[in-house]
Design a binder for this molecule. Structure first.
Ligand SMILES: NC(=O)c1ccc[n+]([C@@H]2O[C@H](COP(=O)([O-])OP(=O)(O)OC[C@H]3O[C@@H](n4cnc5c(N)ncnc54)[C@H](OP(=O)(O)O)[C@@H]3O)[C@@H](O)[C@H]2O)c1
Length: 285
């Protein structure tokens, strides 16, 4: 489609509600309609269309059906980007994620299927569409650094290794899920609160994946790959906790990664409100 070929195209996954929705809302307002395409990713088409209506159906926003935990859905979405939107992406914001508090291998499979493998597989499929100087922004959480802070030194070293590969990272994830099944998490070196552990490990793995992707792709199209936390925000995920900050601030923390000068950002870095933060850190009290 020639009219869309030159347009800056931004995909936000899991954008039918919560922080992803607010990211699209802000992007739609700040982006000229004739030069930008914003793809509102939603695993359920109807929920995506309802979100679009809630935004007032701006002409620069389009719904893209995308369940990030499903390879088939990823392939279909990629085909749609190729056929309808010029087959080019400038920014991908991997915002979709889930939380489960029951510690079980099934729940872990579900969490990792979206929060880790979903991002990894989607990025691999979309990489060929990424434009020169494009940005991949993986939405993570401080829960990642906290579970690593509470983990054994041996585990910390494995997650933080500068020579970590995707294969080794998958192994870390699979060992974690197996240890839930066999009730051997402490033996493996994980010590955090069970209700927080699976989500935290999925985000620690995502931060590590971000570093591996940054290393792998930095010499290819000059891509920037970063992870970012929105901070503790009032959304469905946090059951709108009264002590959480407004979700708009979370959206701003993520949008900083879209708009900041390239020279201000470190490839592979983990950010909060525009500041780089460590991959292993104690809880803030
Ligand atoms: N809220 C916080 O305090 C906080 C703190 C740190 C990090 N984060 C991170 O910020 C991001 C947004 O969180 P949020 O608070 O806005 O969460 P939320 O309100 O629960 O919204 C999550 C969104 O992700 C979508 N989603 C879930 N699984 C999906 C899948 N497999 N494929 C496609 N979409 C999927 C949901 O779609 P459905 O409507 O179809 O379920 C929904 O649109 C997440 O990455 C989260 O981990 C949030």
């Amino acid at each position: 489609m020639s009219s869309t070929e030159q347009k800056r195209t931004i995909l936000v996954t899991g954008a039918n509600r919560g922080i992803g929705f607010l990211i699209v809302k802000k992007l739609a307002k700040e982006s000229p309609p004739d030069s930008t395409i914003i793809l509102l990713g939603s695993r359920d088409l109807k929920r995506g269309e309802d979100a679009l209506i809630q935004l007032g159906s701006p002409s620069n926003v389009h719904v893209l059906q995308l369940d990030t935990s499903s390879r088939e859905s990823i392939i279909r979405a990629k085909d749609e980007i190729n056929q309808k939107y010029g087959g080019q992406l400038d920014v991908v914001i991997n915002n979709a994620a889930i939380i489960r508090k029951d510690l079980s291998a099934d729940a872990a499979r579900e969490i990792f299927g979206t929060n880790y493998y979903g991002v990894k597989i989607l990025n691999e499929y979309l990489f060929p569409l990424m434009q020169e100087n494009g940005r991949i922004i993986n939405v993570s959480s401080r829960a990642g650094p906290i579970v690593l802070y509470k983990a054994s030194q041996a585990l910390q070293e494995r997650y933080a290794s500068s020579t970590l590969t995707k294969y080794q990272l998958d192994q870390l994830v699979e060992e974690f899920i197996s240890a839930i099944e066999t009730n051997t998490l402490e033996h493996l070196g994980y010590n955090a609160e069970p209700s927080f552990l699976m989500y935290g490990v999925s985000k620690a793995a995502l931060n590590a994946l971000t570093q591996v992707e940054a290393y792998e792709w930095s010499n290819n199209k000059n891509l920037l790959v970063v992870s970012v936390t929105p901070g503790f925000c009032a959304t469905d995920m946090t059951e709108h906790a009264p002590d959480a900050r407004p979700a708009e601030l979370g959206a701003d923390s993520i949008l900083y990664m879209v708009n900041a000068l390239r020279s201000e950002l470190k490839n592979g870095g983990f950010y909060a409100d525009g500041q780089q933060i460590p991959l292993i850190s104690a809880p803030i009290v």
